[in-house]
Write a new protein. Structure first.
Length: 94
C-alpha cells in the first residue's frame, strides 16, 4: 500500500540520497520513487529485502508443493521418512 509519506519523486532521490537511506533504514518502510508522476522503483532496507526474499521463497515452495499434490506426486508420510532415513544413512557412510 502506498501512502503519500512513502512516495518520493526521483529528484528527492537525486538530491537527498543520504536522507532517504536514513529514512528507509530507520523506519523500516519501503519508499516508492516516481519519475514523471509514475512509480518506477522501490527503495527498501536490507532487512526488509531479506524478509521479502524469504517470504517469496516460501511462497514458491508452497506453490510447487501444491502442484505436486494436484499432479499426484505424493507418497505416504511413513514412506517419505523411511527414504529420508535411508538417504541420511548412506550420506554418513560416504
Amino acid at each position: 500500500m502506498r501512502t503519500a509519506s512513502n512516495v518520493r519523486p526521483i529528484t528527492y532521490l537525486k538530491h537527498r540520497t543520504a536522507d532517504l537511506v536514513r529514512e528507509v533504514s530507520a523506519g523500516g518502510r519501503a519508499v516508492t520513487i516516481t519519475q514523471n508522476g509514475e512509480a518506477k522503483v522501490v527503495v527498501m532496507g536490507v532487512e526488509a529485502y531479506d524478509r521479502w526474499q524469504s517470504a517469496m521463497a516460501l511462497l514458491k515452495m508452497l506453490a510447487l508443493a501444491e502442484a505436486d499434490v494436484a499432479a499426484g506426486r505424493t507418497v505416504p508420510q511413513a514412506t517419505a521418512f523411511r527414504r529420508a532415513r535411508g538417504a541420511l544413512t548412506r550420506a554418513r557412510r560416504a
